[in-house]
Unconditional design. Structure first.
Lengths: 292, 246, 474
C-alpha cells in the first residue's frame, strides 16, 4: 500500500515538475544549428550563457539586458533591448519572435555599421549558450513560440526585365519616400524617421552599402522586406508584395548598390546606357497620387 | 485506500472547475445585465493651460495636404468648448464581470494622412480592421509593449489589415513615412467603455448594478480613477484632468 | 613525442599550483635564500583605449588582460578593427582619447645564491666568498604609453613609447600595417618595429616578476654567449630573443575568424635595436591552426622557425672597433611548436623550442680566427607549460614550468649540464573592476629559477622573486 502511495506521489511529482520544467526549459535552452545552448548550466569545462554574457555583452547590453550598459549612452545605434523581445533580423513574420537560428546568425554575423561585433571567433556552443541567456530577459519567450519562418521560393532568373519590374515596384510601394529615388537614404521622410524608442534612425543607403545588417545574400534581402525590421520604421511588405514580385524587387535593389559589383548592376548599367531617355525618374512626379 | 482518495480529489476539483466556469460564463452576466442595468455618463474637463494645438504641415505629402482646406492641428490634447477634453477613454477598470464578446469589429482609418478616430477603443481579441483611404502608402506601426509590436506597409488600394490584440494596453500608433501621424489603440479588458466626444461627453451603457472603479485615460496625462455605484438609470461621473502647456 | 611527457608535467604543475598558492605566504615568511638574477621586467600590454572606442568590456577581447582570447585575437589580426565599417577614426567621437597608459607599483623580494663577494666587505684582498644576496622593498615598473588603432579603414598603426623604471624611454613598437590588401584577410603588410607573430606572446602574458616575467626559452643563450652579451664584448651582436620586438617587415594572413594564421617576416639582424649597423637579414615564419573541440572550446597548434645571422667581428682602426659594417656573419636558428589548449576554464599554453647556434657564435670567436679547440655548435631544447585557471573574468590563477636542456655545449670540455634551466612560477591576478574605461589588477607572483653549473665553482645557482603589485591601466 505504502509503495503504491509512494509511486503515485512520485509520478505526480514528476508530472508537475516536468510540466513546470517544460515551461521554463524553453527559455533556459536554445536549439540553434542542431546544438543545444544553456543559459544557466555550466561545468568545469564550460561557461554558461549567463557567464559568457557577463564577459562579452554586459558593457553595452547591460546586466538586465535592457540596453543600459555602461557604454550605451555613447554609442549609436543603441544596443538591442532584450527585455522587449523585438528583433530586427528574423526569418519570421513581423510581430513574432525570431527562431533560435535567427538569433544565432545575428550574433555570428554581427551588425555592420554598429558597435555589435561579429562573434564568430566564439565556439558554436558558446554562441548557443549566449542566445539561450538572451532569451531569459523577456517573459515573451515563455508565453509564445517563435513565428513560423516565411517560405522563400526559389529565386527567379536575373535579367533586365526583372530589374525593371522591380524598379516599378520600388516606385509603387513608395520605398523612395525613405530610401530616396536612388537609394541614398535621402527620401523626403528620411530625416524624420525614429525607431520604436524614439531615437533618430537613418534608412539604409544602398549606394555606399555593401552589406545589410541582416545578411549579405539575395535570400537575406528578400527576407528583410518580407518580414520587416521590427523595432524600426522598416515595415513588412509580406501582405502587399507577391513572391515573384519580391524577387524582382531584390534584383532591382542590387542595382542600387553601386559599391558592389553584381550581375544586376551590370545589367542596369547596360540598359541605362542604351535607354536613358525612356527611363522615368523615381519619385513624387510618378507617384500614383501625383504630385501635381 | 489512498488511491481512492486521489480519484475522489480529482473529481471534486474537476467539478468545482466546471462550477466556476458556469458561474463566470458570459451568458450569466448578460442575464444579470438585462435584469438591472444602468449607464455611466459624464463630462471630461481640464484645469490648467493645455498645450497649443499646432498646425501640421503636410507639404511633404501633397496628396494629403490638398485634402485639408485649412491645415489640421495636433490632437494630443484635443479640447472642446468649456474646457472639455475629447478622446478621453473612460472604462471600468475594476469590479466588472468578464467582457461579453463584441458583436462587430473595430475600424481604424488612415484618411487625409490622419488617424480617424484619433483614439480607437476596442476589446481584447476583438477583430480590428485598418483601412488606408489615401492615395499614398502608409505604414501602420502600433508600438505595443505588452502585445506584439508589428509594422506593415499598406499601399493605396490594398485590402484592409486585420489585427487582434490579446492583452489590454494603450498602444501608440504611428506612421514612419508621415511623422505627424499619431494615434492610439485603447485595448481594453472590459466591454464597458466609451470615448468622450468633441463636447467632452461620454456615455457607457448597459452596465449592471454594482460598485465599480472607473478610470479615465488621456494620452498625455496620468489616468484618473473614481468609484462609481450604478443602480439602474444614469449615474453621473465627471472627470477632471490637470493639463500643462508642455 | 613531446606531448605525453608534457602532459605529465602539466598534471604535476596543475596540482602544484593549487598547493603552492596556499604556501605563497609561507614562502614569504620562510625567507629562503634563492639567487637574484635580475633580468628586466618585460612589460606587457593591454589597451583600455580600444574598450573606450568600441564600448566592449576588457573581458570581451582578453581572457584576463593582457592575454587575448579568440575574439581579441581576431580583432588584432584585423588590424585592431571590428570590421563593421565603423573602424576608421572619422567615426569616433572627437573627444575619444586613444592612448592607454600602464604601470605597476609593487613590492618585491629578490634573492640569489652563490654570489661571489669579498670575504670582508670593503677589503679587496680578503679573498672571495659565496653568499646569498637578498633584497626587498617597494619599487616601480616602467611605464607603457600605448596608442594603437586605425589611421583609416584598413590602415592600422601602433606606437608604444615605453620607459624603464627610471623613466628612460625607448620605442617598444612603432609600425604601420596595411590590412586586408585586395580585400583579402590573407594579405596584411606590417612595416616598422613590432612583436613577432608568436602564438604564445611574451608581450601579452601574465607574469611580472624578475624571474618569472620572461619566457626563459625565448631568450636562452648558452653560458659563454650569455656572458658575452652581458659584458658587451661585441657591440655589433646584440644577442637574440624571439620575444623581443624586431625591426623589419611582415606579411601576415588569417582566415575570416582567425582560426588559420600564417606570417612571414624579414627582419634586420639587430634584435630590434636601432642604430646597430648590419648588412644581414633574418627571417621568421609561423603557422598556426585552431579547431573547435566541442564543449571544451577552441584549441590551437602552431609551428615557428627563426633563421638569422649575427656578425662576429667588425672593422677596426688602430685596434678599436669602428661602428660600421658587421662582418663574419654566422647563422643560428630557433624552431619549434606551440599550442594553446582550452578545457573550459582551464587553458594550457605549451611551447617546444630547439635552438642551434653556429660554433663561432657559440664560442664567441670572431670568424676571421680559428675556432678554439673543442669548440662546436651548441644546440639546446627547451619548452614550457603554462597553465591558467580563469575562475571568472575577474580572477585568473597562473602557473608555469619551464625547462631548457643544452644538448650540445659550445665547448666539449663544458659540464654536460652547464646552463640548463628550470623555472617554476605561480601567480594570481585579481581584477576588482572590469569596466571599459580602465583596468586594475592585484598581482601576486612567486618564481624561482635554477641555473645548473653556472656558479663560480660550477654549482647550481638558484634565484627567486616574490612580487605583489597593483597593475593599472588607463
Amino acid at each position: 500500500m505504502r509503495l503504491k502511495n509512494l509511486a503515485l506521489g512520485f509520478v505526480s511529482a514528476l508530472l508537475i515538475l516536468s510540466l513546470g520544467g517544460a515551461a521554463t526549459a524553453w527559455a533556459q535552452e536554445s536549439h540553434p544549428a542542431g546544438r543545444t545552448g544553456y543559459a544557466y548550466k555550466d561545468g568545469p569545462f564550460e561557461d554558461s550563457g549567463k557567464q559568457l554574457y557577463g564577459r562579452y555583452c554586459i558593457g553595452c547590453h547591460g546586466p538586465e539586458g535592457d540596453s543600459n550598459g555602461e557604454n550605451a549612452p555613447w554609442i549609436d545605434p543603441k544596443p538591442r533591448d532584450f527585455t522587449l523581445a523585438v528583433f530586427k533580423c528574423r526569418s519570421t513574420p513581423t510581430g513574432t519572435l525570431p527562431t533560435d537560428d535567427d538569433l544565432y546568425n545575428a550574433i555570428t554575423r554581427g551588425f555592420v555599421t554598429t558597435n555589435m561585433p561579429a562573434w564568430k571567433p566564439l565556439s558554436p556552443d558558446q554562441r548557443a549558450n549566449l542566445i539561450a541567456y538572451v532569451k531569459s530577459f523577456s517573459p515573451r519567450w515563455k508565453a509564445e513560440k517563435p513565428g513560423t519562418p516565411i517560405t522563400i521560393p526559389p529565386e527567379t532568373p536575373i535579367n533586365i526585365d526583372s530589374v525593371l519590374r522591380g524598379r516599378a515596384l520600388f516606385q509603387k510601394m513608395e520605398c523612395w519616400k525613405c530610401h530616396g529615388p536612388a537609394g541614398h537614404g535621402d527620401g523626403p521622410s528620411a530625416s524624420t524617421l525614429t525607431d520604436s524608442k524614439d531615437n533618430p534612425i537613418r534608412p539604409y543607403n544602398f549606394s555606399i552599402g555593401t552589406r545589410f545588417k541582416c545578411g549579405t545574400t539575395n535570400q537575406d534581402l528578400y527576407r528583410i522586406f518580407m518580414t520587416g525590421l521590427d523595432g524600426t520604421p522598416m515595415p513588412s511588405f509580406a501582405d502587399v508584395i507577391k513572391p515573384d514580385e519580391a524577387w524582382d524587387l531584390v534584383h532591382f535593389l542590387r542595382s542600387l548598390q553601386l559599391a558592389l559589383p553584381t550581375q544586376e548592376l551590370a545589367l542596369w548599367k547596360a540598359y541605362y546606357a542604351a535607354h536613358a531617355s525612356e527611363v522615368k525618374p523615381i519619385g513624387p512626379e510618378n507617384a500614383p497620387g501625383g504630385g501635381k | 485506500m489512498k488511491v481512492k482518495y486521489f480519484l475522489t480529489f480529482t473529481v471534486v476539483v474537476a467539478a468545482s472547475c466546471l462550477l466556476v466556469a458556469l458561474f463566470t460564463s458570459p451568458a450569466h452576466s448578460r442575464a444579470a445585465s438585462v435584469a438591472a442595468s444602468g449607464s455611466i455618463t459624464g463630462k471630461i474637463t481640464y484645469t490648467g493651460t493645455p498645450p497649443k494645438a499646432k498646425p501640421i504641415d503636410m507639404a511633404k505629402e501633397p496628396s494629403c495636404a490638398k485634402q485639408h482646406a485649412t491645415p489640421v492641428t495636433t490632437e494630443e490634447v484635443a479640447t472642446g468648448p468649456d474646457n472639455t477634453l475629447e478622446y478621453v477613454v473612460v472604462y471600468i477598470s475594476s469590479g466588472d464581470q468578464a467582457p461579453s464578446a463584441p458583436t462587430e469589429g473595430a475600424r481604424y482609418d488612415q484618411k487625409g494622412c490622419q488617424y480617424v478616430p484619433h483614439v480607437l477603443a476596442f476589446q481584447v481579441n476583438q477583430d480590428l480592421q485598418i483601412y488606408n483611404d489615401d492615395q499614398t502608402s502608409h505604414n501602420i506601426h502600433p508600438l505595443a509593449k505588452a502585445n506584439q509590436e508589428w509594422n506593415k506597409s499598406q499601399p493605396p488600394g490594398t485590402p484592409p489589415i486585420d489585427a487582434k490584440y490579446a492583452k489590454p494596453e494603450f498602444i501608440p500608433v504611428k506612421c514612419n513615412i508621415h511623422p505627424w501621424m499619431h494615434g492610439y489603440f485603447a485595448v481594453l479588458g472590459t466591454s464597458h467603455f466609451a470615448i468622450s466626444d468633441k463636447d467632452g461627453i461620454y456615455k457607457i451603457a448597459g452596465v449592471p448594478a454594482g460598485t465599480y472603479k472607473v478610470t479615465a485615460w488621456q494620452e498625455k496625462s496620468s489616468p484618473v480613477t473614481q468609484d462609481v455605484t450604478v443602480a439602474g438609470g444614469e449615474t453621473k461621473a465627471d472627470f477632471s484632468f490637470k493639463v500643462t502647456p508642455y | 613525442m613531446v606531448l605525453p611527457a608534457l602532459s605529465k608535467k602539466a598534471l604535476w604543475t596543475v596540482a602544484s599550483s593549487t598547493l603552492s598558492f596556499i604556501f605563497l605566504i609561507l614562502a614569504m615568511l620562510l625567507g629562503d635564500s634563492r639567487p637574484a638574477y635580475t633580468l628586466p621586467i618585460h612589460k606587457v600590454t593591454a589597451i583600455p583605449a580600444f574598450a573606450r572606442k568600441y564600448g566592449l568590456p576588457c573581458s570581451a577581447c582578453h581572457e584576463a588582460w593582457p592575454k587575448l582570447n579568440n575574439f581579441g585575437m581576431r580583432f588584432r589580426d584585423n588590424g585592431y578593427q571590428l570590421m563593421n565599417d565603423r573602424d576608421s577614426p572619422i567615426w569616433q567621437n572627437p573627444s575619444y582619447w586613444p592612448v592607454a597608459m600602464r604601470i605597476t607599483p609593487y613590492w618585491h623580494r629578490e634573492s640569489a645564491d652563490h654570489v661571489p663577494v669579498d670575504t670582508i666587505p670593503g677589503n679587496g684582498t680578503s679573498g672571495t666568498s659565496e653568499i646569498t644576496m637578498t633584497s626587498h622593498g617597494f619599487d616601480l615598473s616602467g611605464l607603457d604609453l600605448w596608442t594603437a588603432g586605425t589611421l583609416y579603414k584598413n590602415i592600422s598603426f601602433s606606437l608604444l613609447p615605453s620607459s624603464d623604471e627610471n623613466a628612460s624611454f625607448h620605442f617598444e613598437n612603432a609600425f604601420v600595417r596595411f590590412d586586408n590588401i585586395f580585400g583579402s584577410s590573407w594579405l596584411n603588410f606590417k612595416f616598422g618595429k613590432f612583436e613577432l607573430n608568436n602564438l604564445i606572446s611574451e608581450k601579452r602574458f601574465l607574469f611580472l616578476s624578475a624571474q618569472g616575467g620572461l619566457y626563459q626559452v625565448y631568450h636562452f643563450a648558452t653560458f659563454e654567449e650569455n656572458n658575452a652579451a652581458l659584458s658587451g664584448v661585441n657591440p655589433l651582436n646584440p644577442g637574440f630573443g624571439i620575444g623581443d620586438n624586431q625591426l623589419g617587415i611582415e606579411l601576415m594572413g588569417h582566415n575570416d575568424n582567425s582560426y588559420t594564421r600564417y606570417s612571414v617576416a624579414l627582419l634586420s639582424s639587430n634584435d630590434g635595436n636601432v642604430d646597430i649597423p648590419n648588412r644581414t637579414y633574418d627571417t621568421y615564419l609561423t603557422f598556426d591552426q585552431a579547431f573547435s573541440a566541442g564543449r571544451l572550446g577552441v584549441q590551437r597548434v602552431g609551428a615557428f622557425a627563426y633563421i638569422g645571422l649575427r656578425p662576429t667581428y667588425g672593422y677596426t682602426s688602430g685596434g678599436t672597433l669602428i661602428p660600421g659594417e658587421g662582418l663574419g656573419n654566422k647563422g643560428f636558428y630557433r624552431a619549434g611548436f606551440t599550442g594553446d589548449w582550452y578545457a573550459g576554464k582551464f587553458d594550457f599554453q605549451t611551447v617546444f623550442m630547439h635552438g642551434w647556434d653556429n660554433a663561432y657564435l657559440g664560442t664567441v670567436t670572431p670568424a676571421n680566427q680559428p675556432l678554439p679547440a673543442g669548440g662546436q655548435a651548441p644546440t639546446w631544447n627547451g619548452g614550457f607549460v603554462e597553465t591558467h585557471y580563469t575562475v571568472n573574468p575577474k580572477w585568473i590563477l597562473l602557473n608555469r614550468y619551464e625547462i631548457v636542456r643544452v644538448s650540445r655545449q659550445a665547448f666539449a670540455s663544458d659540464a654536460r649540464n652547464l646552463g640548463d634551466l628550470d623555472t617554476y612560477s605561480f601567480g594570481s591576478r585579481y581584477y576588482p573592476i572590469m569596466y571599459s574605461r580602465a583596468g586594475l589588477a592585484l598581482h601576486a607572483e612567486y618564481a624561482i629559477t635554477k641555473s645548473q653549473a653556472t656558479g663560480p665553482l660550477g654549482e647550481d645557482v638558484w634565484a627567486s622573486s616574490l612580487f605583489i603589485g597593483f597593475d593599472f591601466d588607463f
